[in-house]
Design a protein around this ligand. Structure first.
Ligand code: SAM
Length: 282
């Protein structure tokens, strides 16, 4: 049965067997793993994963694809509405029909491994959604637009360093694993892709390391997120400008921070330091 790829669901299906094998080797699935795949599509990753796992959860939004999956993997306990905590389908594959952006990952068993060749049009909101479940997650392996992966792993004072780098590096150790060229997909996307591995940092290592050089953790993550957003709102402007409504001259002096610096020059730990200063002052 042929399937017409849908642009609105970011459908670019993996077809390169060597790349698929490389991704599965990077994930290293073990039979007992609690794994969920985001957007199984036509099953390029789903099939080899099922060969290694006792059970796999998938979350898919496209009704045509869901119908195919349900015919290939009959569901004895259809999880739509989603399964209650601890519930399982008797099938090796449990299909969750719906939007991954709204999916409550806490109904799945932890520690959870998340994998997926993500729809690129919603990749950043998806990453932020998953980050909210960091304490239940063992690791995540995603195919993303290469440009997004470069931003995720970027270090301070480089052009790719920004809000995405700071917000994700605060919670995860991240590593780019594999470059994936457009020809590996049908239809071929216009951009290069890459595989990234994300492992939640243990709370004792927030962010990067409390033990290591200058590591510090944010006591109030809401304030942390707010100032990171404000500081990168106009990345070429100085902190004196972008954080004007939070910090006065004397605050910069108190923090021992040059107000002439820009967001792109601040480490994750320095953002946490500013957030903690504001939290304590509140
Ligand atoms: N895993 C397949 C592969 O590697 O060939 C398909 C990858 S394709 C890039 C993205 C998949 O995510 C599609 O199957 C698409 O229908 C699905 N998808 C798109 N938006 C979604 C959403 N919000 N929630 C769940 N699945 C979604």
């Amino acid at each position: 049965m042929s399937h017409q790829a849908k642009k609105r669901f970011g459908q670019n299906f993996l077809v390169d067997e060597q790349i698929i094998a490389g991704i599965i080797a990077a994930i290293r699935p073990e039979p007992e793993d609690n794994m969920v795949e985001i957007g199984p599509g036509l099953g390029a990753l789903t099939r080899p994963l099922l060969k290694k796992l006792n059970h796999l959860h998938v979350i898919e939004i496209d009704r045509d694809i869901i119908a195919r999956l349900e015919s290939d993997y009959p569901q004895e306990n259809p999880p739509n509405p989603p399964l209650q905590k601890g519930g399982t389908s008797k099938s090796k594959l449990t299909i969750h029909a719906g939007d991954a952006l709204e999916f409550d990952l806490s109904i799945l068993p932890a520690p959870l491994r998340i994998v997926g060749n993500l729809p690129y049009n919603i990749s950043s909101p998806l990453l932020f959604h998953f980050a909210g479940y960091a304490e239940r997650i063992r690791d995540m392996h995603f195919m993303l637009q290469n440009e997004v992966v470069e931003r995720m792993v970027a270090v301070p004072s480089t052009p790719a360093y920004g809000r995405l780098s700071v917000m994700l590096q605060y919670r995860f150790h991240m590593e780019k694993l594999l470059d994936v060229p457009p020809e590996s997909f049908r239809p071929a996307p216009k951009v290069d892709s890459a595989i990234v591995r994300m492992i939640p940092l243990p709370p004792s290592d927030f962010p990067l390391s409390q033990k290591g050089a200058g590591g510090i953790f944010a006591q109030n993550e809401k304030i942390f997120a707010e100032i990171v957003k404000a500081a990168f709102g106009q990345r070429r402007k100085t902190l004196r400008n972008t954080l004007r409504s939070y910090l006065k001259e004397e605050d910069f002096v108190h923090l021992g921070m040059d107000a002439q610096r820009r967001a792109e020059n601040l480490s994750v730990a320095e953002f946490a330091k500013v957030a903690n200063y504001l939290d304590e002052r509140a």
